[in-house]
Design a binder for this molecule. Structure first.
Ligand code: ADP
Ligand code: MG
Length: 266
């Protein structure tokens, strides 16, 4: 891990009508690190991820990834807003995994992992297919390549979505509650794939309520509340000895839910 942060979000603000979704968020991520973002529903976690990959444009602040300020390019005198084409290229440094998988239902598993490479990145179809099969193997689904999403379990679909997010070789993977839509017995296989990626040094930012996963895999943990990051540190610091009362309340609630989910699954 180098000392220079690989991703920097500086003073990010985002407002929707009367709602201050983000009230000036600073975040730094180092190459090869795994950052978990915790916090109650509505605290701004998804909005922050969407600002990082430019699905949303921040009202204020900026995001710099690998030395590039997203959305801008050097003009003759100063940085200016960049063209949509340049922005599309800049956005490819991030890959996103969503809560609801968002696979194309009419495409096979292999095609889901291939199409973005061919259309978004101009990769030759054969090379894209080879890479798709390698990635499907990596998430344990090589033998499902010719199936359609509806023929897979939720856990398998999410593993395809992870392969798809990696297919275009992003420099950072963003996960927005990747296991929240899954039946409890399918959560483990998805977390297992994410754990393997972490061990392979993939840089990841993960919004999750899986506290045990954060404790085991994360290098850094941040807690959001009402549009701000209220607490940051190692998992041991934030999860074992939270300083902020709101962090304590949040952790008590999600760990209690974890247990009742587990009880319901039995
Ligand atoms: N597109 C939108 N339009 C209006 N309000 C939004 C929009 N996206 C998010 N919000 C609001 O911003 C706040 C933060 O939302 P979100 O980032 O989704 O939180 P989280 O992911 O932590 O649950 C919430 O109050 C939410 O209702
Ligand atoms: Mg969310």
């Amino acid at each position: 891990m180098s000392d220079r942060p690989f991703l920097r979000a500086v003073g990010i603000k985002k407002r929707f009508g009367q709602v201050d979704a983000l009230r000036g968020v600073d975040l730094q991520i180092h190459r090869g690190s795994v950052t978990c973002l915790l916090g109650p529903s509505g605290s701004g976690k998804s909005t922050l991820l969407r600002c990082l990959n430019r699905l949303e444009t921040p009202d204020e602040g900026y995001v710099e990834i690998d030395g590039v300020v997203i959305g801008f390019e050097q003009g003759r005198k100063r940085p200016v807003q960049c063209s949509p084409r340049r922005l599309a290229a800049q956005r490819r440094v991030t890959g996103m995994v969503f809560q609801h998988f968002n696979l194309f239902a009419h495409l096979t598993v292999e095609q889901n992992v291939t199409e973005g490479q061919v259309h978004g990145h101009g990769v030759a179809r054969n090379a894209a297919r080879t890479r798709a099969l390698e990635l499907l193997d990596r998430v344990g689904l090589a033998d499902h390549a010719q199936r359609y999403p509806a023929q897979l379990s939720g856990g398998q679909q999410q593993r395809v979505a992870i392969a798809r997010a990696m297919a275009t070789a992003p420099k950072v993977l963003l996960f927005d509650e990747p296991t929240s839509a899954l039946d409890p017995e399918l959560v483990g296989e998805v977390l297992g794939v994410m754990r393997d990626l972490a061990h392979d040094g993939v840089t990841m930012l993960v919004v999750t309520h899986e506290i045990a996963f954060a404790e085991e895999v994360a290098t850094h943990v941040h807690v959001m509340n009402e549009g701000s990051i209220i607490e940051s540190g190692t998992p041991a610091e934030v999860i074992r000895s939270p300083r902020h009362a709101r962090t304590q309340t949040f952790l008590a609630r999600v760990t209690r839910t974890d247990r009742s989910d587990a009880a319901a699954a039995r």
